[in-house]
Design a protein. Structure first.
Length: 118
């Protein structure tokens, strides 16, 4: 499937943020939809390089706020996730498969990314 010229810069913009790459990596690994709370805990643990059970409440609140107001809306708008506002369940969206190969390539080649790449 050929992406529009606007979709390519949008994909790179989304993948430029390490939190968003982690979220998409994590979602790519999951066989089933995940809850917003579980995702927030996993991202906070990754971000602080700690165990999910060891994340303090302030960090967890900060990460969930960023996910809710910044990151998840970007994914939803791009079609990379679907997010049920009532149940807060997150699953891969209709466009997830378009970004997955680039995401996997970046993950496998992370050491070769240009200096300064987030």
């Amino acid at each position: 499937m050929v992406q529009s010229t606007e979709a390519v810069p949008n994909s790179f913009s989304i993948l430029a943020d390490p939190v968003r790459r982690y979220v998409l990596d994590y979602l790519d690994e999951q066989e089933t939809p995940i809850s917003f709370d579980r995702l927030g805990t996993r991202v906070a643990a990754w971000h602080t390089d700690s165990d999910p059970e060891a994340v303090d409440d302030a960090t967890l609140t900060e990460m969930r706020t960023a996910l809710y107001h910044v990151h998840l809306p970007k994914f939803d708008e791009a079609g990379y996730i679907t997010w049920d506002a009532d149940t807060h369940v997150i699953r891969r969206g209709p466009n997830f498969d378009e970004i997955a190969p680039l995401l996997r390539l970046m993950a496998h080649q992370e050491d070769e990314l240009p200096a300064g790449w987030p």
